[in-house]
Design a protein around this ligand. Sequence first.
Ligand SMILES: [Fe+2]
Length: 303
Amino acid sequence: MGVKELGYLVIEARDPVAWDSFLTEVAGVMSAGRAPDGAALYRIDERPFRFAIQASERDYLGAAGLEVSADGYDAMVERLRAAGRPVADFSSDEATARRVERAIRTSDPAGNALELYVGHATDDVAFVSPAGVSGFVTGALGLGHVVFAAPNFDECHRFYREVLGLGDTDLPEMPVGDATMRFAFMHAANGRHHSVALGEMPQPPSGCVHIMLEAKSMIDVGKAYDRMRRAGVPQSASLGKHVNDEMTSFYMRTPAGFDLEFGCEGLVIDPASWEATAHTEISVWGHRWSWQEAMEAAQGATP
Ligand SMILES: [Fe+2]
């Protein structure tokens, strides 16, 4: 038994106030008070939190929280130990702060921080977006997805498949400039096309490539795009539609430096019968990256 879903993200922030306005005013995420450990909590659904913003000396993705089924947890911890990964049990205070039954802290072979937990709490206060987002697609599909850098790509890919039990959804080699880059888009035990993706690239300073939230409608995406522009948040990629997960989305830069992909209408797969694809294109249309435009401007090319 493997990972059920991407459950939450812990983000270390030098400026938690900047994160607060980014999440609530631009992304439309709901503020939900503070955890006992002082982290500011944010909701997108009935869970007590999906984002925990911790004041820190650095801007960094502190951990991706992956929910594991109770009957598969002990075996997974054993596999982590056998694979030589660090395993640190949560204290009861730490478990209380995350609103989980029990958990461990570990990392993948590229050093990306993970928390594996069992049991989540549900809040009885309805989610209401402060920016008018009609809702986020979560439920069994989990929070969304996270994309990590994996310079030691093969070792990391094997870790997520064999130790955490994720499945391959799409294993493309994507054109990036004049070169190609390997990716592994991997699903948990739910219908979301990918909950975790790995890119064969150097580790960025923020410890993450991007995270993704899926809103319920295209109107939500368009309005979020308008809020990004009004707030002066840098756009990282224009609106577009991905080939592999069919997500219509745009990308904007979070206060940590990694991107938030804000999308809708993502593909839902059957994880039991899915056979991995190997796409060669990133997008059906759109998704013009700011680095592409900067390169073209430097070369004097017309888009
Ligand atoms: Fe994405």
